[in-house]
Design a protein around this ligand. Structure first.
Ligand SMILES: Nc1ncnc2c1ncn2[C@@H]1O[C@H](COP(=O)(O)OP(=O)(O)OP(=O)(O)O)[C@@H](O)[C@H]1O
Ligand SMILES: [Mg+2]
Length: 251
């Protein structure tokens, strides 16, 4: 039996009266890559923001590692081990790629060891930072300011930054939005490598990305869970097809 690292129980959220989440029951197992999909306006981003503490739920619970974390602020969730991709505006623009990643490595070691000031620890930090840069193919851009990176590389840096703190769960909201086909392909490869054996929740529009990354999928529709299953099951579900088609007809 696998355990749920993240669970939402009858989660509701409304924007001053507009009911957007209407009782979401989501279950994410430890060690899986879980995608949340659904037609435009289904409530995916809102759900992401409630889980990651940007918004407080109107009703219902968010359980993380068995603890009720409803309404916890992002920094508190991050300390508990929930990482999220940083938005493009919040990577450290004038720091180099190296310095950005080092921030993540430092914060992780700070939490675990609290030994910033030890020279041997700094050597370990530098080594680890370089190893990450190698893994994410940004070795050549080590000294470039984050600002100078291409859009795709910048977004990859965001994901890497989220992973460099080694969270127990990482939450990604459309990490490939706005990328070209090639950039998307590279980003999917990178995310797959970085999240191997880890727990990830990804909110994503792009079906190719979802089907190539997710172990399991939850489909949201009108602020509720419409279906849960493996990619192949979801692909063939009539109600899922109908939800997407119905939506397209409305637009
Ligand atoms: N800040 C806001 N204030 C009021 N209504 C909002 C706000 N943000 C989102 N909404 C509404 O909530 C509903 C769900 O939006 P949300 O962004 O969560 O959906 P989504 O599934 O992420 O959609 P998309 O696929 O377009 O990203 C939509 O009807 C949207 O118009
Ligand atoms: Mg969205």
């Amino acid at each position: 039996m696998s355990e749920n690292i993240l669970e939402t129980i009858k989660l509701f959220y409304d924007y001053s009266g507009l009911q957007v989440l209407t009782g979401v029951d989501l279950q994410v197992e430890k060690g899986e890559r879980h995608a949340i999909i659904g037609p435009n306006g289904a409530g995916k981003t809102t759900l992401f923001n409630v889980i990651t503490g940007m918004y407080s739920p109107s009703r219902g619970k968010v359980m993380f590692k068995g603890k009720n974390v409803s309404g916890f602020k992002p920094h508190k969730l991050s300390r508990l081990g929930m990482g999220r991709s940083f938005q493009i505006t919040s990577t450290f623009h004038n720091l180099s790629t190296f310095q950005n990643i080092r921030m993540g490595v430092l914060s992780r070691m700070g939490i675990r060891f609290n030994m910033f000031n030890r020279v041997d620890k700094m050597e370990e930090v530098t080594k680890e930072t370089n190893a990450i840069l190698e893994r994410i193919n940004l070795k050549e851009e080590t000294h470039a300011p984050a600002d100078a990176l291409s859009y795709g590389k910048h977004r990859s840096l965001e994901v890497s930054l989220a992973m460099s703190t080694d969270p127990d769960l990482v939450m990604l909201d459309e990490p490939t939005a706005g990328m070209s086909r090639d950039e998307t392909h590279n980003a999917v490869d990178l995310i797959r490598r970085l999240t191997e054996g880890k727990t990830m929740v990804i909110v994503e529009h792009d079906m190719d990305v979802v089907f190539s990354l997710a172990d399991r999928i939850t489909v949201l529709h009108h602020g509720k869970v419409l279906a849960v299953g493996k990619p192949d099951e979801i692909r063939n579900m009539k109600e899922v097809k109908d939800a997407y088609l119905g939506h397209r007809r409305e637009v």
